[in-house]
Design a protein around this ligand. Structure first.
Ligand SMILES: Nc1ncnc2c1ncn2[C@@H]1O[C@H](COP(=O)(O)OP(=O)(O)O)[C@@H](O)[C@H]1O
Ligand SMILES: [Mg+2]
Length: 313
């Protein structure tokens, strides 16, 4: 008999709503493949729920903190329940954009120049002084991020010096440190990577947003962002980016699946922005679109991710 699958979804991160949509889509796909499957909305009683429902394998449809960051992975390891996607360390590294950058720089992979500013030093030095120092060192434009947030939460695009202080204040609402990155003007691409020891990159997708920024609204409102397949860059360059995506995936030790986001500047130089170890799987999501382009329909994709979990560790 097929193992009983629990789709772990919801959770308490700001990305809860997206997670519920991802979870619904995965639940339906698993049902269509004939698996015994149950939905579990992850709350403080998650361990009891898993036991009550006799879950034998967890399909993770959680985004953000307490789901994508290694916490639930560690809990499942402790319970001896196999789960989809990356393990504890890769999940934790990918959740933190600063840790991701440090890891991939060690492997010689390209990522935008950056600085880290802590709330502590901002308090002691003063936000205005810190802003001045950052401006002198990095110039403009910049992007200020809360390193552990997703879905563009806590991000500011800074075009003027006076926008720096409020950008830090916003980031500090979410994290004790802010990541300041050089703004890359150019094309945004995403690479969907699938596999364990020999991961492959699916066709790349170029992302354009009607609002100019690929923010929360653009991501989850149908029609507000466009997926362009194939991307409007030369094929040789696409191959280089796919190779960088696989190397990034391996550098963090990802398994199962992950989406690696890139900016490509006007001279064609690619930069890794971040890695999403549990990418969105809703009707408007990027990963399922890339799979479709590779000839893999949604239920088949979900089935592949499940099978990768079973030969995972
Ligand atoms: N350094 C950058 N240069 C230009 N645009 C950026 C940069 N960093 C982020 N962005 C834009 O902001 C969006 C969200 O940033 P990202 O680092 O991917 O965080 P999130 O986890 O919120 O998706 C990206 O999809 C991209 O459109
Ligand atoms: Mg992103």
């Amino acid at each position: 008999m097929a193992p009983r699958i629990g789709v772990l979804m919801g959770g308490r991160s700001p990305e809860r709503n997206v997670s519920l949509r991802t979870g619904d889509a995965i639940y339906k796909a698993l049902q269509s493949k004939g698996y015994p499957v149950v939905k579990i909305d992850v709350g403080l009683d998650v361990v009891e729920r898993i036991k009550e429902e006799s879950v034998e394998i967890a399909f993770l449809a959680l985004h953000g903190k307490y789901g994508e960051d290694g916490a639930i992975q560690g809990m499942l390891e402790t319970l001896g329940i196999p789960y989809t996607g990356s393990g504890v360390l890769a999940s934790a590294l990918a959740m933190d954009k600063v840790a991701t950058k440090k890891m991939i720089i060690f492997e010689g992979l390209p990522t935008p120049q950056f600085m880290i500013v802590s709330q502590k030093e901002a308090t002691s030095e003063g936000l205005e002084n810190i802003s001045e120092r950052v401006y002198n060192e990095m110039g403009l434009p910049l992007v200020v991020k809360a390193p552990t947030q997703g879905s563009t939460i806590g991000i500011s695009f800074v075009h003027k010096k006076e926008e720096l202080a409020p950008a830090f204040e916003l980031a500090f609402q979410y994290d004790p440190v802010a990541l300041v990155e050089q703004f890359i003007k150019g094309v945004e691409l995403t690479a969907s990577v699938l596999g364990n020891d020999e991961p492959v990159a699916l066709p790349l997708i170029e992302i354009v947003s009607a609002t100019g920024v690929y923010d929360y609204e653009a991501k989850y409102t149908p029609g507000l962002s466009d997926h362009i397949i194939p991307p409007r860059i030369p094929e040789e360059r696409q191959d280089i980016i796919k190779d960088l995506a696989v190397r990034t995936y391996k550098a963090l030790g990802c398994r199962g699946l992950a989406r690696v986001d890139f900016m490509v500047d006007i001279d064609g130089n690619p930069f890794v922005l971040e890695v999403n170890t549990i990418p969105g799987m809703t009707a408007t999501s990027l990963f399922p679109d890339a799979a479709k382009e590779a000839g893999i329909d949604f239920p088949e994709l979900v089935d592949k991710i499940l099978k990768l979990a079973l030969d995972n560790r």
